[in-house]
Design a binder for this molecule. Structure first.
Ligand code: HEM
Length: 540
């Protein structure tokens, strides 16, 4: 009507408006395009993965993916009758293969020559802001460059001709997998957790209210964040990093919350939060690397080796800041969230709390002090506390949105379907972690009993919160120890209960933030937290 008023849109002699005709043509085009793309093409090429139908070319599934990636993939899987064959999504014009079965995932792990994480990491390094020269240096052989004087040789036997990035991952594997090398990190990490789980060591900023001196109300999320980040930061980087940037954790949390915007290259005006917090963290790391290593004697051997390998390949402190922030991110993004979910479940279920307190009491009590045997305690918790372990596994199962990202580097076949070279692939483990065929009809609910009744579930091919294959998380053992230690000390040293007052956040276990794209453990929805009353142990 409004457009007709201008008299421009009526086609002479047809009685049709231009707008109506355009809509009709567009609609006709879309119908033909959909019939061709989603009906005829799959019949002509039955050996290619099917595409989940969509309406707008190029945009494809982008909108629903960015608003809830897991739900989009679940809907697509169910659309194809839940047969779990690989299928295609279209994200911003790009084809993405999605793998949702444990069997296909294992096939991908076995074909490293066909599926590589590296092209994605190269892209991520660029998106993070590393200079092209430094990205190139990360993919140059370590022997191409003049070496520093570090004890790299310890680790690099047989690795001299590998790219620096792979050497860094190898260093992580060497220094984090059980054995003498990992003792150094674990001693400081677990020791710091013990130090912080002391009545007088709870930072003021965590305390909502003191109740008569022997009780305090604190936030579970902040408690988990502060203790685990401090442990990991001191054990990897020594004390200097926090001297340089005492409020590093605040920037890190803002960065972590919004880091998906970097991966998906969200334009500047919509990504100011992540750019701001990333800058602060990067600058802190740059200043840290500008301090001579002799003035940072408590830096871990792992990070000394990573640093010296980067220097040997000519990476300047500014880019070391960018690249090491990526490591800091994987080290710190997940463990506090797993601990938070475990504690949320435990404090909201009194019989579970009592059972765990009973179970851990031979190992943890109010009088447990920081000690050099923190590693033995963590080991004992893992070996002799089945309920605690069941809660750990179930929390990981229910809250992990862990994802492996690969690029098809050679034409390949998975489940009889041809995957084309150059295409991106994702393995969203949550699609398997919630599979009711593997975990039972209540797979969408928290029920730690399933792991108690069947501890072998933790070995199920559908249970891969830490990924798998050649990129299996090298920090999984360390993560388990820090999480179990923190949770056991929280409920074993202190009496922890929900507050009576309605004004505190004690409305059950908070909802997970399933909407923000995430490739690790999901956090709670904004403002989702649990306030708890903790009581001073009589011992202290
Ligand atoms: C609950 C805690 C954690 C979870 C759920 C987790 C999960 C994962 C996943 C899913 C991957 C990617 C696997 C892939 O792409 O195939 C990964 C990679 C990695 N994780 Fe963890 N992680 C956790 C804790 C840690 C910790 C504490 C550290 C270090 C101390 C760490 C270090 C790494 C590193 C260095 C990589 C990169 C490996 C590579 O590039 O090959 N992670 N993690």
């Amino acid at each position: 009507m409004f457009l007709d008023a201008f008299g421009l849109l009526e086609l002479p002699g047809t009685g049709c408006s231009l707008v109506a005709l355009s809509f009709l043509s567009l609609f006709t085009f879309l119908i033909f395009w959909r019939i061709w793309t989603f009906t005829i093409y799959p019949r002509l090429y039955p050996d290619e993965p099917r595409t989940y139908p969509y309406w707008i070319p190029f945009i494809g599934h982008s909108l629903s993916f960015f608003s809830n990636a897991e739900r989009t993939m679940e809907q697509a899987r169910l659309y194809f009758n839940n047969n779990r064959a690989p299928f295609k999504l279209i994200i911003m014009g790009e084809v993405v293969y999605v793998i949702t079965s444990a069997q296909d995932t294992n096939s991908v792990y076995k074909k490293d020559d066909y599926f590589s994480m590296n092209p994605w990491v190269v892209e991520l390094m660029g998106n993070f802001g590393a200079s092209p020269a430094s990205v190139k240096a990360m993919w140059s052989n370590i022997s191409d460059a003049e070496k520093g004087q570090s004890p790299l040789d310890l680790v690099l036997k047989g690795w001299k001709d590998k790219p620096l990035k792979e050497v860094c991952v190898k260093l992580f594997q060497t220094f984090l997998n059980p054995g003498q090398q990992s003792d150094e990190i674990l001693k400081v990490l677990l020791g710091t957790i013990h130090d912080r789980m002391h009545w007088d060591a709870i930072p003021e900023k965590l305390i909502h209210a003191g109740q008569g001196g022997n009780e305090q109300i604190i936030s579970l999320a902040k408690w988990s964040q502060e203790v685990l980040l401090e442990g990991a930061t001191r054990s990897f980087f020594g004390g200097k990093l926090l001297d340089i940037q005492p409020d590093l954790f605040d920037s890190f949390f803002e960065f972590d919350e919004n880091s998906w915007k970097i991966s998906y290259q969200i334009p500047g005006p919509f990504a100011q939060d992540v750019q701001r917090s990333k800058k602060i963290a990067e600058n802190a790391f740059q200043k840290y690397f500008e301090v001579p290593i002799e003035q940072r004697p408590d830096t871990s051997d792992l990070m000394k080796n990573v640093e010296s390998a980067m220097r040997a390949n000519g990476i300047p402190p500014k880019d070391m800041g960018v690249l090491v922030l990526m490591f800091y991110w994987v080290i710190n993004a997940n463990a506090w969230k797993a601990s938070f979910w475990m504690l949320s479940e435990i404090v909201n279920n009194e019989s579970l709390r009592c059972r765990i307190v009973d179970e851990i009491s031979p190992y943890v009590s109010a009088s447990t002090k920081p000690s050099s045997s923190a590693n033995d305690l963590a080991t004992a918790l893992g070996q002799h506390c089945p309920t605690l372990m069941a809660v750990y596994h179930e929390a990981l199962r229910l809250t992990a949105a862990s994802t492996s990202v690969r690029v098809v580097t050679n034409d390949a076949v998975i489940s009889g379907l041809k995957l084309r070279k150059g295409t991106r692939m994702v393995i969203p483990y949550r699609q398997m972690l919630l599979d009711d065929r593997a975990f039972g009809h209540d797979a969408h609910k928290f029920n730690h009993e399933r792991f108690l009744q069947n501890p072998n579930l933790a070995k199920s091919p559908s249970f891969k919160p830490y990924g798998g294959g050649s990129t299996l998380c090298p920090g999984r053992m360390v993560a388990q120890k820090e999480i179990l230690t923190f949770v056991a000390l929280a409920v074993g040293k202190f009496q922890v209960r929900l507050p009576q007052q309605d004004s505190f956040r004690s409305q059950g276990v908070p909802d997970m933030n399933v909407r923000t794209p995430c490739i690790g453990i999901m956090g709670p929805v904004e403002g989702g937290d649990v306030d708890v009353v903790i009581t001073r142990p009589q011992w202290q």
